[in-house]
Each structure stands twice: as structure tokens, then as C-alpha cells.
Design a protein around this ligand. Structure first.
Ligand code: NAP
Length: 165
């Protein structure tokens, strides 16, 4: 199963400011919908309360609150647990869809990153973690007006790059 972090990230890695939307990018919304449709999304509880359920997608919400529930979503009590639930459900792709706390904990578990790089520097406290070039290599970039769609894959580790023998 692929585990892909999907996020819209400003130049200084800002992704959010509480409940406020930082930008309005209809093409990015359309692409997010198309890419994630039919798959599982993992949200932190705060992002879920901001966005809510999304038609056509299974949601797993991470919370530490054992009594928390919401209609139509599954609940996990850690990020690895959420990913394991998606895997056991037979999913092909599990999207890590934020927010900042969840991206930070999931990054090392991801098999790919799907980042909309937004050419803005808005004020906001929530940030995407650093995308280290030692760990991630850019494999595609599609420039648009004011933002780029960028895909990353892991840099092969020593044991993978040396191959067999
Ligand atoms: N630009 C983008 O692409 C994008 C995408 C998504 C979100 N965002 C932005 O991100 C911001 C929200 O991010 P955030 O960091 O404040 O909140 P968040 O990551 O959405 O949710 C945080 C919550 O997740 C739960 N959680 C965190 N770690 C956990 C763990 N190890 N085990 C179980 N539950 C855990 C906790 O819920 P409990 O408190 O219930 O225990 C915690 O309060 C908003 O501004 C939003 O707009 C931006």
C-alpha cells in the first residue's frame, strides 16, 4: 500500500492558520478531489473538525480521546494505527491529509509526497515538516499560475541502492 502525504504548502512551509483558509485555489481543490477519490484519508481531529467528511472517500481520524467519535468516520489513536487500519481494509493508497501534527508524525512512514507548492508567504502557525533532500527527491513538477504540483519519492537508502549481491 502506498502512503502519500498530500498538502498545499506555502514557501515557508505554512499550511494553515487555525480555522482560516490561507488561499483559494480551485484547481488545487479539483485535483485533490480527483486524486483522493475512492481512497482513504487520514486526518488529525482538528483538521477533521475544520473540513468534515468528504464524499467518496473513507476517513480515519486520529485523536487521543478514547471517547471521541463522529458519524461515518473511523477513529485511530495513533498515526501508525490509522495506516494499519487502511492496510487491513485492503486499500491501495492511504493519503495523509493533515494537519501539521499528523504530517509531522507520518512523514517517516510515507512512500511518497504530493505537494502543491503555493507561491505565497501567508501568516499561519501550522507548518508542513521539512522535506529533506537527503530523504526525498523531486520526481515531477507541474507549474501552474501561482503554484506548482510537485511529487516526491524517497531517496533510495544504501541497502536499496546497492542492490543484490
Ligand atoms: N494546507 C494543507 O494542505 C492543509 C491540510 C490539512 C490541514 N491543514 C491545516 O492544518 C492545521 C491543523 O493542524 P494541527 O496540527 O493544528 O492539527 P491536526 O494535525 O489536524 O490535528 C491534531 C490532533 O490530532 C490528534 N493527534 C495528534 N497526534 C496524535 C497521536 N499521536 N495519536 C492520536 N491522535 C493524535 C489530536 O487530537 P485530540 O486533540 O482529539 O487528541 C490532536 O489535537 C489547520 O490550520 C488546517 O487548516 C492544512
Amino acid at each position: 500500500m502506498q502512503v502519500i502525504a498530500i498538502a498545499a504548502v506555502a514557501e515557508d512551509r505554512t499550511i494553515g492558520s487555525g480555522q482560516d483558509m490561507l488561499w483559494h485555489l480551485p484547481e488545487d481543490f479539483r485535483r485533490f478531489k480527483a486524486v483522493t477519490m475512492g481512497h482513504t484519508l487520514v486526518f488529525g481531529r482538528r483538521t477533521f473538525e475544520q473540513i468534515g467528511r468528504l464524499p467518496g472517500r473513507s476517513l480515519i481520524v486520529c485523536t487521543r480521546d478514547r471517547s471521541w467519535s463522529a458519524e461515518g468516520v473511523e477513529v485511530a489513536h495513533s498515526v501508525p494505527q490509522a495506516i494499519g487500519m487502511a492496510r487491513r481494509a485492503g486499500e491501495q493508497i492511504c493519503f495523509i491529509a493533515g494537519g501539521a501534527q499528523i504530517y509531522a508524525q507520518a512523514l517517516e512512514l510515507c512512500t511518497g509526497l504530493d505537494i502543491t507548492e503555493v507561491h505565497l508567504r501567508p501568516a499561519g502557525a501550522a507548518r508542513f515538516p521539512e522535506i529533506s533532500p537527503e530523504r526525498w527527491r523531486e520526481v515531477s513538477r507541474e507549474p501552474r499560475q501561482g503554484f506548482d504540483f510537485v511529487a516526491y519519492l524517497p531517496v533510495a537508502g544504501p541497502s536499496e541502492s546497492t542492490g543484490e549481491g
